[in-house]
Write a protein that binds this ligand. Structure first.
Ligand code: CO8
Length: 258
């Protein structure tokens, strides 16, 4: 499928999705959000995809929701449109792992999109922020919720109340991103991580994603029980037998997603 605001390439079981609105620092407009939801949903259903990478440009992952598109909207417009909610739901329903590879500005809805992904690899040029407060609005796709779970109350309050930008080293220190790499290596590092994930059994990577996400949404006791049930279930797969045989036979496993 041809997209107007994305460039999508699928190779070696990795779907690489580039946000592509350079004229607006990849600001998220309705078209981009609809295309992105469609692209990740298609990748999730595609047997030739085992991991998804979402990235932007050197200058911006995404500088937020498109202010030009939002500026004229009224309360009733955004209320009845349920602005970006169906698209955000679709993105967070994807069962395959998604890596956000972030360089440059990652602000507002852009930061919220990155946080919807399973982990963030940041270039040393990355700048994160929830500057909605400067526009007289508040975050609307997880900036007060996922950010708080990621970095804790104090920093989430600081980011949302002051609208300041957080540079990559601070983002790594507080756990918003999993690692920081030199900007020139960002895509290669993200693709390397994706390739590692793509080599595993897709059943187990999808279970890991579901289990870690469960930790965000349930009690420790329930989460541990879910994990134990999933651990038990893994023993019903052929890939468990293959993984353990390969270890004992000192060879690489050949997972078949069975
Ligand atoms: N929306 C639309 N256009 C944008 C945006 C944006 N968010 N960000 C940048 N652009 C455009 C600029 O207007 C400019 O276009 P033009 O040349 O036509 O004027 C072009 O991109 C380049 O931008 P700048 O010239 O401003 O570039 P600078 O390098 O000087 O500055 C900044 C870069 C600091 C990133 C600056 O562009 C900026 O502050 N952008 C806005 C950041 C922002 O406020 N983001 C939050 C937006 S609100 C939001 O995300 C709400 C999310 C909730 C949605 C979910 C609803 C449920």
């Amino acid at each position: 499928m041809a997209y107007e605001t994305l460039i999508v390439e699928i190779e070696d079981y990795i779907a690489l999705i580039r946000l592509n609105r350079p004229e607006a620092l990849n600001a998220l407009n309705a078209r981009l959000m609809q295309e992105l939801a469609a692209a990740v949903t298609a990748a999730d259903r595609n047997d030739k995809v085992r991991c998804i990478v979402i990235t932007g440009s050197d200058k911006a992952f995404a500088a937020g929701a498109d202010v030009k598109e939002m500026a004229e909207k009224s309360f009733t417009d955004v209320f009845f449109d349920d602005l970006f909610a169906p698209e955000a739901d679709a993105i967070t329903r994807v069962r395959k792992p998604i890596i956000a590879a972030v360089a440059g500005y990652c602000l507002g809805g852009g930061c919220e999109l990155a946080m919807m992904c399973d982990f963030i690899i940041a270039a040393d040029t990355a700048k994160f922020g929830q500057p909605e407060i400067n526009l007289g609005i508040v975050a609307g796709m997880g900036g007060t919720q996922r950010l708080t779970r990621a970095v804790g109350k104090s920093k989430a309050m600081d980011m949302n109340l002051t609208g300041r930008f957080m540079e990559a080293p601070e983002a790594e220190r507080c756990g918003l991103v999993s690692r920081v790499v030199p900007a020139k290596d960002l895509l290669a590092e993200a693709m390397k991580a994706a390739a590692k994930i793509a080599q595993k059994s897709a059943i187990t990577t999808m279970i890991v994603k579901e289990a870690v996400n469960r930790a965000q949404e349930t009690t420790l006791r329930e989460g541990i029980l879910f994990e134990r049930r999933m651990f038990n279930a893994a023993f019903a797969t052929e890939d468990q037998a293959e993984g353990m045989s390969a270890f004992l036979e000192k060879r690489e496993p050949q997972f078949r997603d069975r």
